[in-house]
Design a protein around this ligand. Structure first.
Ligand SMILES: [Zn+2]
Length: 216
């Protein structure tokens, strides 16, 4: 079941108050339209009745893509409470779903991470392997062009359907590198045993570094 409530939100531009639907819990079997709206940002779009301004206003939500057994909690800012909540989500759970049965559970704290996780889900890939691949890509790039530091890196699929990694450097310029299925398969194979027993919900660079150290 999805869960929503209405909130009165003040327009950041004209200060007039309009109602906004807040999705506390999104269940795609009840609300399949939310699949697209979470991906394109419309789930977070506020519409001002007074001036027509339509900014994005981010709020915490839990997105459940039922057929894929995928559960992701988005908490802007500090994810620690969501981490505990997500790990215990099957206790006193009245949703009718068994979240311990084959579910992928994730917690993210910013919108770019949420978008990336959903691209990875749509591509049928494992975000843990993607995060490990990023470490190797970062190491490669920092070894070859030392003057620029990488500040962000995201898995991406472009309009032509090509998979790649988008990379932001500390001069604010973006670059990219191709996604290699061969490297993906190799990383999957190398870390297979550790990944089987891993049950973390925050899968990011920090997680990948720890995973790498465990396997050194
Ligand atoms: Zn307004």
């Amino acid at each position: 079941m999805s869960k929503t409530h209405i909130e009165n939100v003040k327009c950041p531009k004209c200060q007039a108050v309009s109602e906004m639907t807040i999705w506390e819990f999104i269940d795609t079997s009840n609300d399949p339209q939310m699949k697209a709206q979470v991906r394109n940002g419309d789930a977070f779009r506020f519409h001002c009745k007074s001036c027509g301004n339509a900014p994005l206003i981010f709020y915490p939500t839990i997105y459940h893509q039922v057929n894929e057994k995928y559960l992701i909690s988005y908490v802007p800012g500090d994810p620690s409470s969501a981490e505990t909540y997500m790990k215990d989500i099957n206790k006193d759970n009245e949703s009718g779903y068994d979240f311990d049965n084959g579910y992928t559970k994730r917690v993210v704290s910013d919108m770019n991470q949420l978008r990336e996780k959903l691209v990875i889900l749509d591509e049928g890939l494992d975000d843990r392997i993607i995060e490990l691949m990023k470490l190797f890509i970062i190491a490669d790039i920092q070894n070859s062009q030392n003057e620029l530091r990488i500040t962000e890196i995201y898995f991406n699929k472009d309009k032509e359907g090509e998979r790649s990694f988008s990379i932001r450097f500390d001069n604010d310029k973006w670059g990219g590198t191709a996604f290699s299925q061969e490297n993906y398969d190799q990383v999957a194979k190398t870390f297979r045993k550790s990944l089987l027993v891993d049950d973390e919900v925050i899968i990011d660079t920090e997680w990948a570094v720890e995973m790498l150290n465990k396997n050194m």
